[in-house]
Design a protein around this ligand. Structure first.
Ligand SMILES: O=C[C@H](O)COP(=O)(O)O
Length: 258
């Protein structure tokens, strides 16, 4: 497979800047001790905004191979938007990625597909790689319309995206019913949706673009479930919430093929 695996840890609203430094240090040491091959697998953390400067100082100072990103960004570059964070600021802090449209933002902040599409554009404008989150709630899964629902969300959230941008896009499939619940979708469920997402990208752009797009699975991933999920052909990585707050556990997830 030519796509590089991406193991991403979304800390959500957990850990202050001092705790962030401790966790990233421990994560780097744990992976180093295990002779982790950082050039074969990307490892990224998504700390709260207030932690990012400290993470940057540590990563740059100690020359760590850990990437990082924001959990959200504004559609605006700057201005009178109290509480918002510009992609330009994240970029200046050395961020590589930014999450867009996480289900918690879609639910608690009513983020629409249209807004997500604007955020994806804002990310590219500032040189950030968006990690676009999509996925169905429980009632949709139970109705059996999860593939169509998720693809609809995907189409709406990438409206206006060029083929050149789409090639570098990361899409995280996160079934809402599996987030923080301990209920992991099966590896086959993850594969089914990842393949459907890739096929949709091929339809919208080309087979070549679809081959390059990375699709992650997220939802109660643990070191025990990561190997089988990562073993699936169309799954290129995982977006980990709770288990990314423990350095040992997150490092074990990153070593899914050890
Ligand atoms: O962004 C991460 C996901 O929401 C998954 O969270 P979780 O691993 O705690 O279920």
């Amino acid at each position: 497979m030519s796509r590089k695996p991406l193991i991403a840890g979304n800390w959500k609203m957990n850990l202050n800047h001092a705790e962030a430094v401790t966790l990233v240090q421990k994560l780097a040491w744990t992976l180093d001790d295990a002779n982790f091959n950082f050039s074969a697998t990307e490892v990224a953390v998504f700390p709260p905004f207030t932690d990012i400067r400290s993470v940057q100082t540590l990563v740059e100072g100690d020359k760590l191979d850990i990437l990082y990103g924001g959990q959200d960004l504004s559609v605006h570059d700057s201005g009178a938007y109290t509480g918002e964070i510009s992609g330009a600021f994240l970029s200046k802090l050395g961020a590589t990625f930014v999450l867009v449209g996480h289900s918690e933002r879609r639910t608690y902040h009513h983020e629409s597909d249209e807004l997500c599409a604007a955020k994806v554009q804002a990310a590219y404008k500032h040189g950030l790689t968006p990690v676009l989150c999509v996925g169905e709630p429980l009632e949709i899964r139970e109705a059996g319309t999860h593939v169509e629902y998720t693809l609809e969300q995907l189409r709406g959230s990438i409206a206006g995206l060029t083929a050149e941008q789409a090639e570098t896009l990361v899409i995280a499939y996160e079934p809402v019913w599996a987030i923080g619940t301990g209920k992991v979708a099966t590896a086959d469920d993850a594969q089914e949706m990842s393949a459907a997402i890739r096929a949709e990208i091929a339809k919208l752009y080309s087979a070549d673009v679809a081959e390059k797009v990375r699709v992650l699975y997220g939802g109660s991933v643990k070191s025990s479930s990561a190997p089988s999920i990562m073993g699936k052909e169309d799954v290129d990585g995982v977006l980990v919430g709770g288990a990314s707050l423990q350095a040992d556990e997150f490092a074990a997830i990153a070593r899914f093929d050890a």
